[in-house]
Ligand binder design. Structure first.
Ligand SMILES: Nc1ncnc2c1ncn2[C@@H]1O[C@H](COP(=O)(O)OP(=O)(O)OP(=O)(O)O)[C@@H](O)[C@H]1O
Length: 229
């Protein structure tokens, strides 16, 4: 992948299978978000291609079969103008929205993300952490095949982190594949079973997640930083 003459990364072959839970590591600007957007079908790689297998054919108005099934969640998630409830229900299949199963999943998401007191609030009034909780709750309802979380806990206090961890863990149990980027080790990175690392413009893959705490550069471990356990 490159932008104009600037090369970001290359990879011979990456495989992301439904149910895989992968920790994506890389320095600022190494291309983690870009890689996630490629896998979500939002960006095209400058060379090579993304081959998706096992997805139903895209509807006639969709250009890519990954759209809506491989979901990319930005660290500053995009929300629609309108209430929290509107954001949770927008885009759900009109015919299915009245089904009992979907109603139950909606209620469960509201409870798990503790959004019930905020349902009638305008999404634009939410705090950064609440916005992320809402975006994750919305993705949780849709149960994507693959969910890519870009710095999901960057704005969150410990309470919100625990709520989100429970939701993501539930998706993992249900078989959703996860690709999680985070600059800090946390409960979410502890869920990961594989490791992708963008280093020196190459995506290195491993079937094991290294002990990330011992990887920290001592020079940033001084008085300014506390590494969350
Ligand atoms: N559409 C674009 N056009 C040109 N350059 C871009 C574009 N999108 C991203 N970049 C550049 O590509 C580089 C990688 O960006 P990206 O957001 O993927 O990095 P990242 O690893 O997610 O960074 P961070 O850890 O800081 O979030 C950055 O230097 C960014 O400015």
């Amino acid at each position: 992948m490159q932008f104009d003459a600037r090369r970001l990364f290359s990879a011979h072959k990456l495989r992301f299978v439904e149910g895989d839970v992968i920790y994506l590591q890389g320095d600022n600007g190494s291309g983690k978000s870009t890689l996630m957007k490629i896998l979500a079908g939002l960006l095209k790689p400058s060379q090579g291609y993304v081959f998706s297998q096992g997805f139903s054919r895209p509807a006639w108005w969709q250009s890519d079969s990954l759209l809506g099934k491989a979901v990319y969640l930005h660290q500053h998630p995009y929300l629609f103008d309108g209430t929290v409830k509107y954001n949770l229900t927008y885009g759900l299949p009109v015919r299915k929205i009245r089904t009992k199963a979907l109603q139950q999943r909606l209620e469960q998401a509201i409870n798990m993300a503790q959004l019930s007191d905020l349902l009638q609030h305008s999404a634009s009034d939410l705090s950064g952490g609440e916005r992320q909780r809402l975006a994750i709750a919305r993705a949780w309802i849709c149960q994507p095949k693959l969910l890519m979380l870009d710095e999901p806990i960057s704005n969150m206090d410990k309470h919100s982190q625990r709520l989100v961890l429970a939701m993501i863990n539930q998706l993992k149990i249900e078989g959703t594949g996860l690709l999680i980027s985070s600059h800090q080790t946390c409960g979410l990175t502890a869920l990961c079973q594989q490791h992708w690392h963008i280093k020196d413009q190459v995506i290195h893959t491993s079937q094991h997640v290294p002990n990330l705490d011992t990887q920290q550069d001592n020079s940033v471990m001084g008085s300014h930083y506390v590494i969350a356990k």
